[in-house]
Design a protein around this ligand. Structure first.
Ligand SMILES: [Zn+2]
Length: 83
C-alpha cells in the first residue's frame, strides 16, 4: 500500500497531529498529539501500526495508568426519542 494514498477512496493523505478518540468496550478514550495520516478527500484517519499498538497498550494498562485529564461527554439514547 502506498502510504500517501487513502486505501478507502484513493485520495491524498497528509501527515497531521490529531486528537484521536477510540471506543474500547463501552468506554471512550481520547488521545492527544497523535501522529496520523488523514485523507484530504474522505477524512479517514490512518494510524501507523506502532501508534495503534501504543494506543492499545495504554488502554490495556487502564486503570493503573493515570490519564492527563478527563472530559465529561454528554450521552443521549435515541431509544428515548421518537423518530
Ligand atoms: Zn480517503
Amino acid at each position: 500500500m502506498n502510504p500517501s494514498t487513502c486505501a478507502r477512496c484513493g485520495g491524498t493523505l497528509e501527515r497531521q497531529t490529531i486528537t484521536h478518540t477510540q471506543l474500547w468496550g463501552n468506554e471512550l478514550y481520547e488521545f492527544e498529539s497523535v501522529p496520523a495520516l488523514v485523507c484530504l478527500q474522505c477524512s479517514e484517519v490512518w494510524l501507523d501500526a506502532g501508534v495503534a499498538q501504543l494506543i492499545e497498550k495504554i488502554v490495556q494498562q487502564q486503570p493503573q495508568l493515570q490519564p492527563k485529564k478527563y472530559h465529561q461527554v454528554p450521552v443521549f439514547s435515541l431509544a428515548e426519542f421518537s423518530l
